[in-house]
Unconditional design. Structure first.
Lengths: 424, 266
């Protein structure tokens, strides 16, 4: 065993000779308060991200990344946040990259924990199906941070920019959903007022052939237009809920059921505009309805996204995006509307010294609710930046955004970027 | 649930995308545009004004496949920002610009293939298409970087000879030969003996002077001496300057897939 270890060490050392090691160590600290009474602490979070990429002087590279976070607001604000939130979400260690990559000629093969990103639209990438997401904080933050890396086999063949990508996921992993009692939790209490209930959400399934997921992406090179056709056979990353009354106590289980998705995505530059669009068809997706208990029902779903981006100089950027979800079937008691829309406008304005003011306004026409996001970023140095931000939810109590009105908040975030590039 | 999650993420990602300075796009064009001219400057007499312009372009960059760093220092009154890029290029059609500094912008990339442009942001982990016309926005702090590919985009006319900073120069008037150029006209001074560019003035479509630029820092770059510094001054706000310093040129041999959109996220 010692000999084997020694030989492995020698092999790695010889491979690493001449390798370039890129390291990125980022820290992020945030403190925030609710803007709606009671205006108490909403977040006191510290995060550490460590990422290494070793590029060997041959077609191989190795990636490793880890995130650790501590959220102190839940423990220090026990009157607002019940025990499930405190115990489940106060700290976390998340494995991110852990992959080995071969890149030679037209073939790129990446094995291990990684992200695979599909889609062209900004914002929520409807076609971004492969990796589960962390929604415990409403998905706020760059999508890269919210994507949960999962182990998979990812093979790409690239011929003159015509790409075929095949992925195989041996073990499904699912979204991290907000704990009951947290700011962005599913409103179970609306369905089970004054009743005790327990909630369990599947986070993964065992490795087996029947649980395996697989997908393909074809991206032909058509002059001036980025086109992709995608197919993915997988388990829904979001849960569908099923409840049962157990001697007066309600047990809720978040299940993840298999579906197929077909999609077409494109982006097209039109003079100073860039048009982005995604059309997806989810076959045999499950949704919830309530008839005294929460139950799933099956339907196909269409999703369409159309966006335009417009850039004015290098200081102002404007964008408009509309999206629609449509189910071809609904049932009495369905929790969500059969058709929902979202209109989103955004602007980004560089003020002085690379300080950036961002504004986003999202409006849901089907219920009149809205979300406004404001942020002001000030770079303090090459490695440090500070962000002042607010997320404001408005609308009726059961509306899409109004539901989270009490979670509206303002916060300050300090981020540092450390890193290095070393040749061994 | 999708829509609920959509809006928040949308804002943050748009923010991230838009924090990518257009400078890198414009810089890329500046660099790319100068690679299509084979040969090196020499003291032989030019056959015409366009030949002078070609030789001046050759005095900035070598040909073929290579990489180099560019440090861009922007000053505006008392403020100063510094950005370092690593540029990979293959012929005149393929270029990849990586932001190396400041650290908080590190990992951002811009890929150009012919007329197609994509950027890659670590916060998104995917390539995003950028409209080609965005290079032509002519923003005062960056626009002059974009269109120094004078030989391809402009028809030159020799309008005289002048002495600039002790250089005896050809004075050339360059007129745009297609509508996608940033400037309607350029006045260009090129050293008569070495064909190094010395000074440049950029004029907007309206005829207004936008920027002036001065080339300097002649150093050996790979096989020949070339200019390695360009200082650009805003015509309206004289205190606004961008200084580009080119260094660490290296020959390279890139795989065809190196400049593919897919490789940005690998």
């Amino acid at each position: 065993m010692i000999k084997l270890g020694f030989l492995t060490f020698l092999l790695m050392a010889s491979l690493a000779l001449g390798a370039i090691v890129e390291s990125h160590i980022d820290t992020q600290s945030r403190i925030g308060y609710h803007t709606v009474a009671p205006t108490d602490l909403s977040s006191h979070r510290h995060e550490l991200d460590v990422n290494y990429l070793v590029k060997f002087p041959n077609p191989w590279s190795l990636g490793f990344g880890l995130r650790a976070l501590v959220e102190a607001a839940y423990a220090s604000n026990s009157s607002r946040y019940p025990d499930p939130v405190r115990t489940r979400d106060s700290q976390d260690i998340i494995l991110r990259d852990l992959f080995l990559q071969y890149k030679g000629g037209p073939l790129t093969l990446k094995l291990g924990s990684q992200q695979v990103v599909w889609g062209e639209a900004f914002g929520f990438y409807y076609a971004d199906l492969v990796n589960p997401k962390d929604f415990r904080d409403f998905g706020i933050g760059p999508l890269d941070r919210n994507r949960l890396h999962i182990p998979m086999i990812n093979a790409k063949l690239n011929f003159d920019d015509n790409v075929i990508q095949l992925i195989y996921v041996p073990k499904p992993f699912f979204n991290k959903t907000p704990s009951v009692g947290s700011d962005f939790a599913f409103p179970f209490s609306r369905f089970f007022p004054s009743q005790d209930f327990t909630f369990n959400d599947e986070r993964t399934l065992p490795v087996s052939i029947k649980n395996a997921e697989y997908g393909v992406r074809l991206s032909p090179n058509i002059s001036g237009t980025d086109l992709s056709f995608i197919y993915f056979n997988y388990f829904d990353r979001a849960p569908v809920y099923e409840s049962e009354n157990n001697s007066g106590s309600i047990n809720v289980l978040g299940e993840h059921l298999r579906l197929e998705t077909l999609g077409l995505t494109l982006s097209l530059p039109l003079s100073t505009l860039v048009l982005r669009s995604e059309i997806l068809f989810h076959r045999n997706k499950y949704f919830n309805y309530f008839d005294g208990s929460l139950k799933p029902y099956e339907s196909n779903q269409w999703v369409g996204v159309l966006g335009l981006d417009y850039i004015v100089g290098d200081k102002w950027r404007l964008g408009l995006q509309v999206s629609e979800n449509y189910r071809d079937r609904t049932v009495s008691g369905a929790i969500d509307l059969q058709s929902t829309q979202l209109i989103t406008g955004h602007g980004s304005f560089t003020i002085i010294n690379s300080q950036v003011f961002d504004l986003l306004y999202a409006y849901a026409p089907h219920d009149g609710s809205s979300l406004t996001e404001l942020s002001y970023l000030i770079p303090l140095s090459k490695r440090v930046e500070i962000l002042f931000a607010a997320d404001l939810f408005n609308g009726g109590k059961s509306s899409q955004f109004g539901l989270f009105h009490p979670a509206s908040r303002g916060y300050i975030q300090l981020k540092t970027y450390l890193g290095n590039e070393t040749k061994i | 649930m999708q829509n609920k999650e959509f809006a928040t993420r949308l804002g943050l990602e748009i923010e991230a995308v838009y924090h990518v300075t257009m400078k890198s796009i414009l810089l890329l064009h500046l660099i790319i545009s100068s690679f299509s001219f084979a040969g090196l400057p020499n003291a032989s007499a030019p056959s015409d004004a366009n030949e002078i312009v070609k030789k001046a372009d050759e005095a900035r960059y070598p040909s073929g496949q290579f990489s180099f760093f560019v440090k861009v220092t922007d000053t505006d009154d008392s403020n100063q920002n510094e950005t370092v890029y690593l540029v990979h290029t293959k012929d005149s059609d393929n270029s990849l610009v990586e932001t190396k500094s400041p650290e908080r912008m590190r990992g951002r990339k811009l890929l150009m293939k012919k007329r197609d442009l994509w950027m890659f942001l670590p916060s998104l982990k995917k390539p995003t298409r950028v409209g080609f016309e965005q290079r032509l926005t002519g923003e005062v702090s960056n626009g002059d970087l974009a269109r120094t590919n004078f030989a391809e985009d402009y028809d030159a006319k020799l309008v005289g000879e002048e002495k600039v900073d002790s250089h005896n120069c050809y004075k050339l008037l360059l007129s745009a030969n297609h509508k996608e150029t940033t400037y309607r006209q350029i006045v260009y001074w090129v050293d008569k003996s070495s064909f190094f560019p010395v000074q440049v003035k950029f004029y907007a479509l309206s005829g207004k002077l936008l920027k002036t630029g001065k080339y300097s820092g002649v150093k050996p770059v790979l096989d020949k001496s070339r200019v390695t510094q360009l200082v650009i001054t805003d015509a309206l706000h004289k205190t606004r300057q961008s200084t580009l310093n080119y260094f660490n040129f290296r020959k390279a041999n890139y795989d065809d897939t190196f400049f593919s959109k897919e490789s940005l996220s690998d």
